[in-house]
Each structure stands twice: as structure tokens, then as C-alpha cells.
Ligand binder design. Structure first.
Ligand code: PHE
Length: 358
């Protein structure tokens, strides 16, 4: 349109066209972006209404106010149509969001899995706890030992056949991995005056590997020394200990045995916890014999005895004044019976499905 053809009537018509068109397009805008495009197309710097407003300059002075009024009314109408549609789009968007999948903010978070104590440690802590409650305290010693503490001081001289009882891992420099926790007896007595009551839990090492033996396993050593300590005290402590683990009705048997560092020595058997001492297993399996006790009805659980006078003499205790007892418990053996596990290697694998059960 050129200035020459501009008349009040043509401008009013044009404004009304713009209004009609803008109101329809605003109402049809699908989303906020489409609506904004409508606004820019009409009211923006290069918008259709803006252009007409500029053209008002070409009108007669008398006609201008009237055209201005129409233009203002059109602008207001377009603004209003845009506002109405804007609100409708906002409401629809909110409704869509609320109608979609709901998030229940009150649900607990999924949480991180937490670690837990290894089943062997649980059993070890329980066993030590029983001895602590009986008045024993905890002692410790090194896992890398020397020949003196592991053998010599325990009355096992070089070439003694008892060395064959424990297949040893030797390290250079004449040292070795302790084959039992008994060296802690020697170390404790050397540093302490009697009376004493200690238990020494820890790892020990032997060249051994099958379903019931591992090259590394754990023992709890016990030692009580004083005036007038007797085998009856030994029996009382161990019987009480076993009853607390396996229940008061447990059958317990002290069977004569041999260890170079105790005299007399015994091994303790308990009534098999799997077959309840009957010796019989599932019919068909193992010819109906219990696999755990091999049909004997008994399980060997620990070694013990009265401390040998020679051991006392070596650590500087007077064997005429003091007596004492010692014992060594296989922790894995007890853990397997308590937790009903038939393969010792499960303890040292890292299968979380196994470990997480306890
Ligand atoms: N040290 C022995 C072993 O490992 C067990 C034991 C400890 C025996 C204390 C008697 C006294 O076989």
C-alpha cells in the first residue's frame, strides 16, 4: 500500500482483517512457540499491525485520531487473544504433566547396599566374646614367626617327628608362617608374670588344600596359668564354651591325644551337629552314613592339654609353682558346623550371594 492510496476506510478494513486473522491464529496456536510467532507477526517490529501504525502518518490530520483509536482497539483485542491462548496452553501443559506418570516423593530412596561383617569374623567375635565373659583377655602375635617360637619353645626340637604334624611354609631368612597360634603362648608368658588368662585369635598357615582344609585358616589359642590350675579347670572352661556355642545338650568327649607342648594332652570331640550323633545320613548318600562325621557320630573340634613343664621352664616360669592349661580351636571348623557350610573354600571366595546370607 502506498501513501497515496491510504484512506481511513482502507486502513480500518486492513486493521479489522489483521484483528480477525490474529485472533483466529492465536486461538489455533498449538504451543507457546507457535503463539509467540503469531505475536511477532502482528506486534513485532516488522509485524503487520506495526506496519499499519506507521502508515497512519499518510492520513489527513483529522482522520488520524479515529484511525488511531481503531488501531488501539485492534491491538488490545490481539493482546487479549494472545493472553487467553497463553493461559490455555499453560493449563494444558500442567494438566498433561499431572496426568502423566506420577512421582511419589514420599517413597524411600533406593539406597546404597551396605557392607557387613564377614561370616568368619562374626563367628570369631562370638567365640572370643564367650572367653572374654569367662575372664580371659585377648593377646596377639605375628603371623610371620621364627622357628624358636613356632617349634623350639613349644618342645618341638629340630628333627622332632611332631614337625610332620604341621606342613610348614618357610620364608627366607629362617622364618616361617606360623602353623598354629601356640607361639602366642610363648610370647605372652615371656612378657607377663602369672597368673594369666588369654585367648589369641588369628590366622595360621599349613600346606593343605581340600574341601575341609585351607592353606590359611584361623585358630583361637587359649592359655590359663596360675597356682593350682588343673585339668578339671580345663574341662570346665571348654565344656562351658562348647555348651554356649552349640547348646547345653551337646555331647562332649575328651579323648587322650598327643602334643609336644602339653602333658597330658587331649582332643575334644562333640556329638555330630548334623546327624545329632546318630552317624546316619540321607539314605542312598554315602551308604546312609553322615558325611560330616563319616558315620562316627563325633566331630573333632579342638586340641588341648596341661602346659608341659619344659615349656614353662623355657619361658622362665617355675613348673614346681605354676600349672596351666592350653587349647587351640579351629575357627573354620566351628563356623562350618554353626552355619552348616560344607566347603571351607566358600569363606575365601568373594561370592556375594554366599557372603550376604549371614
Ligand atoms: N597348636 C595345636 C594345633 O594346632 C593345638 C593345641 C593348642 C593343642 C594348645 C594343645 C594346646 O594342632
Amino acid at each position: 500500500m502506498t501513501a497515496g492510496t491510504v484512506t481511513l476506510a482502507s486502513i480500518e478494513r486492513e486493521l479489522e482483517d489483521i484483528e480477525r486473522d490474529a485472533v483466529v491464529r492465536a486461538a489455533e496456536a498449538a504451543d507457546a512457540a507457535a503463539l509467540e510467532a503469531v505475536r511477532v507477526g502482528v506486534l513485532g517490529k516488522k509485524g503487520s499491525l506495526t506496519k499499519v501504525l506507521r502508515g497512519l502518518a499518510g492520513l489527513d490530520g483529522g482522520e488520524r485520531p479515529q484511525a488511531g483509536q481503531v488501531a488501539n482497539r485492534v491491538k488490545k483485542a490481539v493482546d487479549e487473544a494472545l493472553a487467553v491462548r497463553r493461559e490455555a496452553i499453560g493449563t494444558a501443559r500442567l494438566a498433561a504433566r499431572l496426568g502423566g506418570p506420577q512421582v511419589d516423593v514420599t517413597l524411600p530412596a533406593s539406597g546404597q547396599p551396605t557392607g557387613h561383617v564377614h561370616p568368619l569374623s562374626v563367628v570369631m567375635d562370638e567365640l572370643c566374646g564367650i572367653f572374654l565373659s569367662l575372664g580371659f583377655s585377648i593377646a596377639e602375635g605375628p603371623e610371620v614367626e621364627d622357628d624358636f617360637h613356632n617349634f623350639e619353645a613349644l618342645n618341638i626340637p629340630a628333627d622332632h617327628p611332631a614337625r610332620d604334624m604341621q606342613d610348614t611354609f618357610f620364608i627366607e631368612g629362617g622364618r616361617l608362617l606360623r602353623t598354629h597360634t601356640s607361639p602366642v603362648q610363648v610370647r605372652t608368658m615371656k612378657g607377663t608374670e602369672p597368673p594369666l588368662m588369654i585367648v589369641a585369635p588369628g590366622a595360621v598357615y599349613r600346606h593343605d588344600d581340600d574341601v575341609t582344609h585351607s592353606p590359611m585358616f584361623h585358630q583361637i589359642e587359649g592359655l590359663m596359668v596360675g597356682r593350682g590350675v588343673t585339668f578339671r579347670n580345663l574341662k570346665a572352661v571348654l565344656t562351658e564354651f562348647l555348651a554356649r556355642i552349640f547348646g547345653p545338650d551337646l555331647a562332649v568327649k575328651f579323648r587322650p591325644s598327643y602334643f609336644p607342648f602339653t602333658e597330658p594332652s587331649a582332643e575334644v570331640d562333640i556329638g555330630c551337629v548334623m546327624c545329632r550323633g546318630t552317624g546316619s545320613g540321607d539314605a542312598g548318600a554315602d551308604a546312609g552314613r553322615c558325611k560330616v562325621c563319616k558315620g562316627t557320630g563325633w566331630l573333632e573340634i579342638l586340641g588341648c592339654g596341661m602346659v608341659h613343664p619344659k615349656v614353662f621352664a623355657d619361658v622362665g616360669y617355675d613348673p614346681e609353682v605354676y600349672t596351666g592349661f592350653a587349647f587351640g580351636i579351629g575357627v573354620e571348623r566351628i563356623a562350618m558346623l554353626k552355619l552348616r557350610i560344607d566347603d571351607i573354600r566358600l569363606f575365601y571366595g568373594h561370592d556375594m550371594r554366599f557372603l550376604a546370607q549371614f
